[in-house]
Design a protein. Structure first.
Length: 439
């Protein structure tokens, strides 16, 4: 990169889908000759990719914008919170530009307008796989934008619109480039991964000479040909999800499903405008495990939703006991500006939300600890993440980055991030495993 290249500070907040947006913008910036500067006060301009999903995320985004303005003064705001441009511009009138989510072209237009960059085709080159904000050995693969659901607690459709699926050949071309670049793991993300292709009527495209329909199963099967770990996130439990379980049993993709159930009480699910029949879900989980005994299921739940009674909460705890989910996250309900759930009656007091949250987590901790103890003595393949003088930390197929547990490896052998290591599990706690290299 030339020494006089314009420098841009970049902050990426929010979910992995926002991370992918950031990666695409940074890739274009680098391809056009811009340098990325981590220090605000040393940059010629700062771009803040915001999150606006819950109040805490909004506050973090606003604080980051304010910090960037204080330390630099030349700031472009993009991302989900950018959909509320009037509010942002009223609070920060000196901003150079405000764009909404997945607005890469608009961001680049603003950059060109306020900080033109010289073009040097011999020096302004980036890797074929683009610039990634994740460690080199894994990458997120976003397959669609927007969402067709209208969950009462969520405002994502109002910010990102209805679902728009990427053509499957484009998705597979990106995935192939990632695999050829040495990526060890691809994490498939969207707002509703299992609905992939419904908006384009599952149009047929061609990749490597293969006809592929733009749909969930065809995508999973094709990704399974790349020889890397493939992990599926944000999967709604539609009936056709059953079709991918044999792929997991055969080792084509990781036996891991991230399904945001959110609750188990039929009454609360209806208020949330969420799909899900409790008994049917439990039956399908049982069937999945019969087909693929190694299957790991992760989910998230909300406690303290408006109108949630003690009976509803007990139904949720009962669901946990029966379902025996492997990885679980829990959030107390938080009102989001513009969400339909804000107008629902019978809000749950904050003290009760917190009490239910702690009861929920204690129940799930016991389940998790018991399931992880069953791993002791097993041999597992681990993807190394980090290391220090005390050993190394890695992830098994059961662990997604940043949200699930770790495998702590005790060894004198030198390992590096991105290495695979065969280990034997020696101990477990509520969330993590402990291991030594197997012999």
């Amino acid at each position: 990169m030339p020494q006089n290249a314009p420098k841009i500070g970049f902050v990426s907040l929010g979910c992995p889908k926002a991370t992918v947006d950031s990666e695409q913008v940074i890739t274009r910036l680098r391809a056009e000759g811009y340098d990325i500067e981590p220090e605000f006060d040393r940059a010629d301009m700062v771009i803040v990719n915001t999150c606006g999903f819950i109040d805490a995320a909004v506050e973090e985004s606003l604080e980051t914008i304010d910090e960037a303005l204080q330390e630099n003064g030349r700031v472009i705001v993009t991302g989900c919170l950018g959909a509320r441009a009037d509010m942002i511009q009223e609070r920060f009138p000196s901003l150079l530009a405000v764009t909404g989510p997945h607005a890469r072209d608009e961001v680049m237009q603003a950059v060109h307008r306020h900080l033109p960059a010289p073009h040097d085709p011999f020096l302004d080159l980036v890797p074929r796989q683009g610039v990634r904000l994740t460690p080199w050995h894994y990458a997120y693969l976003k397959i669609s934008e927007g969402c067709n659901h209208r969950c009462s607690f969520c405002i994502i459709p109002s910010m990102r619109g209805d679902m728009v699926s990427r053509p499957i050949d484009d998705v597979m071309e990106e995935a192939q480039i990632l695999a050829e670049a040495g990526i060890r793991e691809i994490l498939v993300i969207s707002q509703d991964t299992s609905a992939y292709g419904v908006d384009c009527r599952y149009a047929t495209r061609f990749w490597r000479g293969q006809p592929l329909r733009t749909r969930f199963f065809d995508l999973a099967r094709a990704l399974g040909q790349l020889g890397v770990w493939v992990r599926l996130h944000y999967v709604y439990p539609y009936p056709h999800v059953d079709d991918v379980i044999p792929l997991m049993a055969d080792g084509a993709i990781l036996p891991y499903l991230d399904i945001p159930f959110q609750h188990a009480s039929p009454r609360i699910l209806k208020a949330m405008k969420r799909p899900g029949n409790r008994e049917r879900v439990l039956e399908r989980i049982t069937n999945w495990r019969e087909i693929c005994s190694d299957l790991v299921i992760r989910s998230t739940f909300i406690v303290g939703f408006p109108g949630e009674t003690d009976t509803d909460f007990e139904e949720l705890l009962d669901f946990l006991e029966i379902a025996q989910l492997d990885r679980v996250g829990c959030f107390t309900y938080s009102a989001v500006d513009g969400a339909a759930a804000n107008s629902l009656p019978d809000p749950v007091p904050e003290s009760i939300k917190q009490e239910r949250y702690h009861r929920f987590m204690l129940r799930q901790q016991a389940i998790s600890a018991q399931k992880l103890r069953q791993r002791v003595g097993q041999k597992m393949k681990v993807l190394v993440e980090t290391g220090n003088q005390e050993g190394y930390q890695g992830r098994s197929y059961a662990d997604a980055p940043e949200i699930d547990g770790l495998v702590h490896i005790e060894t004198d052998t030198e390992l590096a991030p991105g290495d695979f290591c065969e280990v034997e599990i020696s101990a477990a706690d509520e969330y993590d495993l402990y291991a030594t290299p197997s012999r």
